[in-house]
Design a protein around this ligand. Structure first.
Ligand SMILES: Cc1cc2nc3c(=O)[nH]c(=O)nc-3n(C[C@H](O)[C@H](O)[C@H](O)COP(=O)(O)OP(=O)(O)OC[C@H]3O[C@@H](n4cnc5c(N)ncnc54)[C@H](O)[C@@H]3O)c2cc1C
Ligand SMILES: O=C(O)[C@@H]1CCCCN1
Length: 388
């Protein structure tokens, strides 16, 4: 297609997944339009903030396998753009030694021969000062894990996309989608047509899919992003090699508690609960539940004695959860030229480069280079309400 307003592909949503998809499409010489409802950069979706964890430690082999290529693609982007996007810190994984979830993490890493160090109660405090390992808990470190500089990564991938000739139109909300062999997308500012469409709209996915007669079983929750003050400045700092950490479950919590060393705000450590309360993405400030902060406060008091057990800064972010917490990477069941990337369930950032590649392959009708069976829409069966 060549006329203005006509593209090979339109991507809706310039979060991490849409930005990487658009970049991959442009790399394959596809005339690509990336549409974003807010002025960029913004903090109203799921991809904002300075940091995210990158790790191989997972409880499922397929994620650990996907991470091999992810690390390579992140490094490739760093070289291409001449920026630093990853800092190795290691990830300390802790959890009840006899619990299934802790064992799954440990065994998956061991099975995949991922570099790791198992810690004991005797040597724990020597390696990890200022953390109390609960009695009965096991601990190991995923050595290659670290921090991704999230905002910088988004800026970088969007910039590379534009350098390849890609077009970003921000401050432009998609208001309608008309499926067909050529898809028509209407926005608050214009009408565009393309041979294929990728929907990577994060928490707004079902609002957009409504135009195509499909609803997925997605739940949007608000996460309170809490920063906790060090009693002694620098004691949990990235420069002192304090690692990221993940507690699989604990006395206070059924879901993970996780943290990143102090870095972006001097003297403040980011520690969050891996669950929140349901929200409408356009009304998230009305969701004021703080029960996750109470859980975190109890955990900090018990296990992180060098932090003030009350958050100094609280920001917010959203997860878009699927029932099994696995992603949705698939074509629309009725329209093969509409591709959906959604439901990243609070752990999708690190996979951005590979997700971009896979959604690009799907939109070009190519055979996906990874096994997508865990991510297909058909797994939801009866839960997928289709009005088609
Ligand atoms: C607190 C928190 C901590 C996390 N920690 C980690 C971590 O440590 N490691 C990790 O790997 N992952 C982590 N994640 C998960 C990760 O950040 C998300 O999985 C990822 O950002 C999802 O990206 P996305 O592109 O799908 O969604 P989004 O970033 O929400 O992007 C969707 C975009 O679509 C736009 N949009 C929606 N509707 C329209 C419309 N109608 N018209 C135009 N544009 C539209 C939105 O404005 C938005 O910009 C975390 C998430 C949160 C919230
Ligand atoms: O994806 C991650 O690595 C983190 C782990 C803990 C929960 C939030 N996301």
């Amino acid at each position: 297609m060549s006329a203005e307003g006509e593209y090979d592909c339109i991507v809706i949503g310039a979060g991490v997944q849409g930005s990487f998809t658009a970049y991959q499409l442009a790399k394959k010489n596809q005339k690509t339009l990336l549409l974003e409802q807010f002025l960029l950069p913004h903090s109203r979706g799921s991809s904002h903030g300075q940091t995210r964890i990158i790790r191989r430690a997972y409880d499922q082999d397929f994620y650990t396998h996907m991470m091999e290529e992810c690390y390579e693609l992140w490094a490739q982007l760093e070289r291409e753009a001449g920026v630093k996007l990853y800092r190795q810190t290691g990830l300390l994984v802790m959890g009840p030694e006899n619990s299934e979830s802790y064992q799954q993490f440990k065994v998956t890493l061991q099975r995949n021969k991922t570099p790791m160090v198992v810690l004991t109660h005797d040597n724990f405090s020597q390696h990890i000062p200022n953390v109390n390992l609960a009695p009965g808990d096991g601990a190991f470190v995923d050595i290659s894990a670290g921090v991704l500089f999230a905002d910088r990564a988004l800026r970088t991938v969007q910039g590379q996309f534009q350098k390849l000739g890609g077009v970003i139109r921000d401050n432009e909300t998609v208001t309608n989608i008309k499926p067909g062999p050529v898809v028509t997308v209407s926005t608050s500012a214009g009408v565009y047509r393309a041979k294929s469409l990728v929907i990577t709209a994060g928490p707004w996915t079902n609002k957009l899919l409504a135009h195509t007669g499909l609803q997925l079983p997605l739940e949007v929750v608000k996460i309170n992003v809490c920063y906790w003050k060090e009693k002694v400045l620098g004691s949990y700092n990235v420069k002192r090699r304090f690692p990221c950490f993940l507690l699989t479950e604990g006395e206070e919590a059924k879901e993970h508690i996780y943290g990143l060393p102090s870095n972006e705000y001097p003297g403040l450590v980011k520690i969050c609960y891996h669950m929140g309360s349901e929200t409408d993405p356009d009304q998230r400030d009305k969701q004021t539940d703080r029960s996750d902060i109470e859980i975190l406060g109890r955990y900090v008091t018990r296990c992180l004695p060098g932090l003030v057990p009350e958050p100094a800064v609280v920001e917010s972010c959203m997860y878009t959860l699927t029932p099994d917490r696995h992603f949705v990477l698939d074509c629309h069941p009725a329209y093969i030229n509409i591709v959906i990337g959604a439901g990243f369930s609070g752990h999708g950032f690190k996979f951005g480069p590979v997700i971009g590649k896979l959604l690009c392959e799907l939109s070009l009708g190519e055979m996906p280079s990874n096994d997508l069976s865990p991510f297909r829409i058909r797994r939801f069966h009866a839960k997928t309400k289709s009005a088609l």
